[in-house]
Write a protein that binds this ligand. Structure first.
Ligand code: NDP
Ligand code: MG
Ligand code: MG
Length: 329
């Protein structure tokens, strides 16, 4: 697989273009400021009334409506929550698109699952930083960049791919390297990762371990430290140097337990279920379920949030974290 760096990207492709960053949230604030610092002309489409509107003003932008921003721009970067993008696109962006414009996404969901269906005469590309927006901004100001994926869905101008690479350079991505993917690959792997491993798999693993200890009569505070708090220390070691680096740091006792007990916790049955989750992503069942959930006003999401907030791991954790003066409140 080829990595692309600064020297592979031509920022002159960004010159003479007006960029409309729609949404000044996590990704939006980072893309808008990084692009501006890279010499691009940037306008911000952000609805009034909230913190993000004030933040955009504090950062020296004059936020306008999504429709106004789309109208004056050549490049429209849609950085709204996935479930909001379809409506805003239909009402505010589509009526203001012109042939040769570029639509840019940081995640492929709405294009891949057909919630946004752009006309044939615009370019549709993705530049997806592999990190949260606040890191994308901070790392850029330090002279480095967060790695990105880029992809082309539709190339009407003939320069969509080069443009996406130039954009990745504009937000700092090529400083550390960017990889090429497709909308399908990015969307499906992103959903799978968050469901099976990063969010769904991890939270259920931590919670089950905590419950097992508490149900066996151990103090919940001790269970919290063992099953949740220490997770970060382990993950940091894996992040910095892979599994072997982590196993090098832990005791032989821990390492032996890891090799012999781990496969009894995450079993072939778990992997078979992972495959079923992946199939539901690939055939659109998950997307359909989530789209309908949003049409129902997120009824299930609200209920599940409320229920998990009451779990003892959260109440015990809140008390313990209050004692940890080094944690950001
Ligand atoms: P955020 O949730 O941080 O974005 C919120 C922005 O959308 C705010 O400007 C908010 O305005 C606006 N907004 C929310 N609802 C509406 C609405 N109904 N009408 C108009 N504006 C609205 O999004 P992210 O930055 O997290 O995500 C943006 C895109 O980037 C997504 O496609 C996501 O998948 C992708 N992405 C996100 C990453 C991340 O780490 N967060 C990483 C990589 C990609 P207000 O303040 O007024 O509510
Ligand atoms: Mg995701
Ligand atoms: Mg131990």
């Amino acid at each position: 697989m080829k990595m692309y760096y600064d020297s592979d990207a031509d920022m002159s492709l960004l010159r003479d273009k007006t960029f409309a960053v729609i949404g000044y949230g996590s990704q939006g604030h980072a893309h808008a400021q990084n692009l501006r610092d890279s010499g691009c002309k940037v306008v911000v489409g952000q609805r009034p009334g909230g913190e993000n509107y004030e933040l955009a003003k504090q950062h020296g932008f004059e936020p306008m409506s999504a429709a106004e921003a789309a109208k004056v721009a050549d490049v429209i970067i849609i950085l709204l929550p996935d479930q909001v993008q379809g409506e805003v696109y239909k009402n505010d962006i589509a009526p203001n698109l012109q042939p040769g414009n570029v639509l840019l996404f940081a995640h492929g969901f709405n294009i891949h699952y057909g919630q946004i269906r752009p006309p044939k005469d615009v370019d549709v590309v993705m530049v997806a930083p592999k990190g949260p927006g606040h890191l994308v901004r901070r790392v850029y100001t330090e002279g480095a960049g967060v790695p990105c994926l880029f992809a082309v869905y539709q190339d009407s101008t003939g320069s969509a791919r080069d443009f996406a690479l130039a954009y990745a350079k504009g937000i700092g991505g090529t400083r550390s390297g960017v990889l090429e993917t497709s909308f399908r690959e990015e969307t499906e792997t992103d959903l799978f990762g968050e469901q099976a491993v990063l969010c769904g798999g991890l939270t259920k693993l931590v919670q089950s371990g905590f419950e097992t200890l508490v149900e066996a009569g151990y103090q919940p505070e001790i269970a919290y430290f063992e099953c949740l708090h220490e997770m970060k220390l382990i993950v940091d070691l894996i992040y910095e140097g892979g599994m072997a680096n982590m196993r090098h740091s832990i005791s032989d006792t821990a390492e032996y337990g890891d090799f012999t007990r781990g496969p009894r916790i995450v079993t072939d049955e778990t992997k078979a279920e992972m495959k079923r989750c992946l199939e539901e992503i690939q055939d659109g069942r998950f997307a359909r379920e989530f789209i309908l959930e949003n049409q129902a006003g997120q009824a299930s999401l609200f209920a599940m949030r409320a229920r998990s907030a009451e779990h003892p791991i959260e109440t015990v954790g809140a008390r313990l974290r209050d004692m940890m003066s080094w944690l950001k409140k």
